[in-house]
Design a binder for this molecule. Structure first.
Ligand code: FE2
Ligand code: FE2
Length: 205
């Protein structure tokens, strides 16, 4: 493993929204390995946790993200797209892990993979926004702003990775957005939308 790039579990503060205490924190065994780059400033080595999730969603062999029922919205098109996003996310994580282990992987392969993931997220967001518009969802703008924020920030990070190279600090922020932010967004904002759609469907009956 290259010096200076030590992969360790970290704890990341999650954004807002969900009711206090409403999520579990995922714990990963330190010896198993994971995909968050280590830095002294952001790691509580005692805790070693980083996302609102259950143990069952981590493939301990490769440190990838697994789909669990908790993420299911019950709306087929959204679930399918969220699943696909997670598949592409795992491709990216795998590339970063390889990059960490071998000189064969170039930074451009990481940015390509990240850009592909971002493009997919963009497609998904636009599908979701169409659903919101059709349903006259009252929180459309706030929800869309979250999507735009993700796309903006991940785009900037990808450019930085391209021009300045891979660094633990940069990678940590990429991981934050592509993993924690995105999952938290499903669990909070997407679920809120789904609840509205359900209530609305009930009213129309
Ligand atoms: Fe979504
Ligand atoms: Fe969304």
């Amino acid at each position: 493993m290259a010096q200076g790039r030590i992969w360790r579990p970290v704890e990341v503060a999650l954004p807002h929204k969900r009711a206090k205490g409403s999520f579990e924190v995922l714990k990963m065994e330190p010896e198993v390995g994971s995909f968050m780059p280590y830095s002294d400033s952001n790691v509580d080595s005692e805790v070693g946790s980083f996302m609102p999730y259950s143990d069952s969603n981590v493939d301990s062999e490769v440190g990838s993200i697994a789909w669990t029922k908790e993420l299911e919205t019950g709306i087929d098109v959204l679930d399918e797209q969220h699943r696909r996003y997670i598949e592409l996310l795992n491709d990216y994580i795998e590339k970063v892990t390889e990059y960490d282990r071998t000189p064969d992987i170039k930074v451009i392969q990481l940015t390509e993979s990240l850009n592909f993931l971002r493009e997919y997220a963009k497609e998904h967001f636009s599908a979701e926004e169409s659903i919101m518009k059709d349903a006259e969802y009252p929180d459309f703008e706030t929800h869309q702003e979250e999507h735009l924020h993700f796309l903006r920030r991940v785009g900037e990070l990808s450019k930085d990775m391209d021009t300045k190279g891979f660094s633990p600090k940069l990678s940590r922020e990429v991981n934050y957005y592509t993993i924690e932010w995105f999952i938290e967004h499903i669990l909070a904002s997407d679920m809120q939308l789904v609840e509205f759609l359900r209530l609305n469907a009930g009213k129309r009956r």
